[in-house]
Design a protein around this ligand. Structure first.
Ligand code: AMP
Length: 205
């Protein structure tokens, strides 16, 4: 089974994809996490990628397409999180046999409030929320024990830019999959557990 999870910044794509991985054994392939890993290695390409991420801009398509393709190569069951984000990326994976595309549907005001409490672990980017999905131990990741941090691109100005890019670049991707009758909408304005139940219901259809 090959899934794509779409939605505006902060809609919970990473959280739902983490749960699909932990509970249903999907490989969670997060374009953002792979890019951040490259940044952490402090390579020439990593430093180039960092400039885009810190400004909330999209990393060039050719680069992202290559790293995602490399990552899915050996996997039978996966969920793509944060990819494709542009029509060019969507068309570049026409041969990947995607079974379902899930859109996490939520209004922007709700999402902006959510950002304030959002934290990720410093080692692997596992997602938490101080209010809705707190870690068992304060400021520590349940999964790998690393420290929880606020992402640099979760600052208000960067968030506004990320929304602008979502409207301009990613809404055409939503419409593209809608036209192909592959899109399934899930109400994402709820606790992660509720949203995950709705996602599971869609997967059974
Ligand atoms: P995310 O973790 O999905 O919120 O992504 C964080 C940042 O990584 C984005 O704001 C972009 O700068 C970059 N990024 C993630 N996915 C993509 C993609 N599919 N195409 C281009 N840039 C991406």
């Amino acid at each position: 089974m090959h899934l794509i999870i779409l939605g505006p910044p902060g809609s919970g794509k990473g959280t739902i994809a983490d749960q699909l991985e932990q509970k249903l054994r999907y490989a969670h392939i997060s374009a953002g996490a792979i890019l951040r890993e490259e940044v952490a290695k402090d390579t020439t390409i990593g430093r180039e990628i960092q400039k885009y991420i810190d400004k909330g801009k999209l990393v060039p398509n050719a680069l992202v397409n290559d790293i995602v393709r490399l990552e899915v190569q050996s996997k039978k069951k996966y969920v793509l999180d944060g990819f494709p984000r542009t029509l060019e990326q969507a068309k570049a994976i026409a041969d990947m046999h995607i079974d379902k595309v899930i859109l996490l549907d939520i209004d922007e005001k709700t999402v902006i409030q959510r950002f304030a409490g959002r934290r990720v672990c410093s080692k692997a980017g596992h997602g938490y929320h101080l209010q809705f999905l707190p870690p068992k131990k304060k400021s520590v990741c349940d999964i790998d024990g690393s420290k929880l941090i606020r992402r640099k691109d979760d600052q208000p100005k960067v968030i506004r830019d990320r929304f602008r890019i979502y409207h301009r670049e990613t809404l055409p991707v939503v419409r593209y999959f809608q036209r192909k009758k592959m899109l399934q909408r899930v109400d994402a304005d709820g606790q992660p557990g509720e949203v995950f139940r709705s996602v599971k219901a869609v997967l059974k259809k």
